[in-house]
Every structure is written in structure tokens, then in C-alpha cells.
Design a protein around this ligand. Structure first.
Ligand SMILES: [Zn+2]
Ligand SMILES: [Zn+2]
Length: 141
């Protein structure tokens, strides 16, 4: 099964995004501004792949940022302004209310990965297993 990712317009600058492969995960990156697009579940798979042991740390749920969907940014799949802003631990991203795809800046993704890795490090040697919260399942639902 292949999907058409040839001409997904960047939500920020409308430049056609380019597909990239990270092992079995396909993501789309804007060659102009570096923004990223993950289809539903792709971000979950990507972050889980980057941070083994993720299920052992408590992450907490992202919060919606007041203001509702950002009417200036269009979902590259749905082609309508349906991107709802979220915040997790200071990291801002947006998710399509229709297809659940996630749009974020490349540096934001790096920050999220670094934060999760830091938490995993701190959890090492902890005697009690951490509570599991499904941040990533939230993203993927
Ligand atoms: Zn762009
Ligand atoms: Zn969408």
C-alpha cells in the first residue's frame, strides 16, 4: 500500500513537503522552513522508536491551547484550516481535528525527544515503576 505524499503543502509556508524515511516511518519535512508533518500514528511510532523504554515514564497529557483551531494554518491532508494548537511541557504543536495528523517545527520535535530522553535517564535506578500515561496514544487517537 502506498500513499500519495508527493505534494503535501507545508502548513506554515505552503512549500511542497518532501517525504523522508526513518526506518519504516515516513515523515514529511518542509525544505523551506523545516516544519514536519506526521500522519496519524506516525509520530507515535517515530517517538517510540527514538526513545526505547518510553512506556515506563510518566509524560502527562498535552493541553489544548486556548483559541481553538488555528484558522491560518491548513492541514496538508484535509486542505482545510483544522489544525488545533496543543502544548506539552512548553512544546507547541498542532493536530488536525479531522485526520489527527500532527504539525510541528523540526526543533520542537528535537526538544520533545530530548525531554523524553532526560526523563528516561532520571527514571533509571528508580525502584518503583512509574505510572504509565498515554501521551502518545493521545496523539494517535
Ligand atoms: Zn514550510
Ligand atoms: Zn487533516
Amino acid at each position: 500500500m502506498t500513499k500519495d505524499t508527493s505534494q503535501l503543502p507545508c502548513p506554515s509556508c505552503k512549500e511542497p513537503m518532501r517525504p523522508e524515511w526513518h526506518r519504516a516511518i515516513e515523515i514529511d519535512r518542509c525544505p523551506a522552513c523545516g516544519d514536519l508533518w506526521f500522519d496519524r500514528t506516525e509520530l507515535t511510532t517515530y517517538v517510540a522508536d527514538k526513545t526505547p523504554g518510553l512506556g515506563k515514564v510518566m509524560l502527562g497529557q498535552p493541553r489544548t491551547v486556548p483559541g481553538g483551531p488555528d484558522t491560518s494554518l491548513a492541514c496538508p491532508r484535509c486542505r482545510v484550516p483544522s489544525l488545533e494548537p496543543y502544548e506539552w511541557d512548553g512544546h507547541r504543536f498542532s493536530r488536525c481535528t479531522s485526520c489527527s495528523g500532527v504539525h510541528l517545527e523540526g526543533t520542537t520535535l528535537d526538544g520533545i525527544i530530548a525531554d523524553i530522553e532526560g526523563r528516561l535517564q532520571r527514571e533509571k535506578g528508580s525502584a518503583t515503576p512509574s505510572e504509565i500515561l498515554f501521551w502518545l496514544l493521545f496523539i494517535a487517537r
